[in-house]
Design a protein around this ligand. Structure first.
Ligand SMILES: Cc1cc2nc3c(=O)[nH]c(=O)nc-3n(C[C@H](O)[C@H](O)[C@H](O)COP(=O)(O)OP(=O)(O)OC[C@H]3O[C@@H](n4cnc5c(N)ncnc54)[C@H](O)[C@@H]3O)c2cc1C
Length: 387
């Protein structure tokens, strides 16, 4: 075990880092502050093939290993976490379609999703159900060759660009346990009765929109049922969330790394009491803590990703990586702000954006408390020995 990326992974990392430094970093502060959608960056990501990260090669994708996948999200998030968000739910949903779609669904959607010609997202959360996904009320009632779908989805990132949008519904609301009555429908953007009703104002994560989606007697053809069999939706989504947690863990590493690097640089330049502030032990302790948190979060992310690459379940590992990484991101963003003094509170530095973006890492793809419960369930269910 040498904890090194392979030559190929290092080359991939260098390519994505160069792209992020050249195309994203220079515009991030201004565009984020303006709330501007980064169409130009999206076009460049298409050229790099990044919308096909999780799409199998036979459908035109890159099908990268999960460690390389995590490298993309770390590098993008270092420059601007919001841009990583544009790829995040797209990659998760494309993975889900590749894993569980019928052959017809894969042929219909994956080639266009791989190039970014069409994009996708994932609609799980509702105004009254987030952690408790089995408590959703969006209902799909069969009517001949169609489902009639009614309900509201909330916080759906990338919804305005999603075609199709995979939507978690109840096809059998009376099923017990509830998850056996849940299915995913691939809803085409031009479906009558389907609309993206509003963008939800948010603290950070600017760039991509997070929106409310309304299904008002939307008529969805039966052939759009993911995998063609009712009652599989909850399982399909949970499998996808494993990929989603590795993605969020990696974004967290990016925020933690950038917060640390900004602090290191500033502490070398800023002088107080006649010397650079990096000469004060209080600042040195913060830098040491930030670097240690970042590296431990990165190694955990690669560990979880490697398990997924080996074809093993990474449910507990990806939960640990996401929980630990997001706490590292939050702590580093705040410590970086402290190292920057008043400058850290200024819109003229990037630290305030990192500080606003970091907390989402502890919410998306399962709140950290929910993930701790996932971890604990595995520990008490027989996986108690972890070392
Ligand atoms: C910017 C943003 C983007 C998002 N993008 C998407 C998206 O693209 N698609 C999508 O489907 N969703 C998306 N979400 C929704 C996100 O996944 C949910 O917000 C998250 O899962 C939490 O659900 P909730 O907001 O309903 O909180 P709740 O479930 O109401 O939780 C509130 C609090 O209660 C705690 N809690 C709940 N149940 C328990 C329990 N059993 N034990 C202990 N504590 C508990 C939670 O940990 C949390 O602290 C996004 C959210 C945000 C903020």
């Amino acid at each position: 075990m040498d904890f090194q990326l392979s030559d190929e992974q290092q080359l991939f990392q260098a390519t994505i880092r160069e792209f992020a430094d050249k195309e994203i970093r220079p515009v991030a502060r201004e565009w984020e502050a303006e709330g501007r959608y980064p169409h130009e960056i999206v076009d460049k990501m298409k050229e790099l093939g990044l919308f096909g990260l999780t799409v199998p090669e036979e459908y035109g994708g890159l099908a990268v290993d999960m460690v390389s996948f995590s490298i993309v999200f770390e590098e993008l998030a270092r420059a601007w976490m919001g841009v990583a968000g544009i790829l995040g739910s797209h990659s998760l949903a494309a993975h889900m379609i590749a894993q569980h779609g019928t052959e017809e669904q894969k042929r219909r959607h994956l080639p266009a999703l791989a190039t970014g010609e069409r994009r996708t997202a994932i609609a799980l959360t509702e105004p009254d159900a987030g952690s408790d996904l089995q408590g959703i009320t969006t209902r799909a009632t069969r009517d001949g060759d169609e489902y009639v779908v009614t309900g509201t989805k909330f916080w759906i990132t990338n919804a305005r660009f999603a075609d199709p949008l995979p939507v978690l519904v109840k096809t059998d609301p009376a099923a017990a346990p509830a998850h056996t009555g849940m299915s995913v429908l691939l809803v085409d953007a031009d479906t009558p009765g389907y609309s993206v009703s509003r963008d939800i104002p948010k603290l950070g994560y600017k760039g991509p929109e997070s929106a409310e989606v309304v299904l008002d007697d939307a008529r969805v053809p039966v052939e759009n049922l993911l995998g063609g069999v009712e009652g599989q939706g909850f399982k399909q989504v949970m499998g996808g969330l494993e990929v989603g947690r590795i993605n969020v863990a990696a974004r967290s590493v990016g925020i933690a790394q950038e917060s640390y690097e900004q602090a290191l640089k500033y502490a070398g330049e800023r002088e107080a009491f006649g010397k650079p502030i990096n000469q004060f032990q209080a600042i040195q302790l913060k830098l040491a803590e930030m670097a240690t948190r970042t590296q431990s979060a990165r190694l955990m992310t690669w560990w979880a990703a490697s398990r997924a690459d080996a074809g093993q379940s990474a449910n507990m590992e990806s939960s640990m990586a996401k929980y630990h990484g997001s706490e590292a991101a939050i702590a580093n963003a705040l410590d970086s702000m402290r190292v920057h003094g008043g400058a850290g509170y200024s819109k003229e530095f990037d630290v305030e954006r990192l500080y606003r973006d970091a907390p989402l890492m502890a919410i998306g793809e399962g709140t950290n408390d929910i993930l701790k419960m996932v971890i604990a369930r595995q520990l008490t269910g027989g996986k108690g020995r972890i070392g």
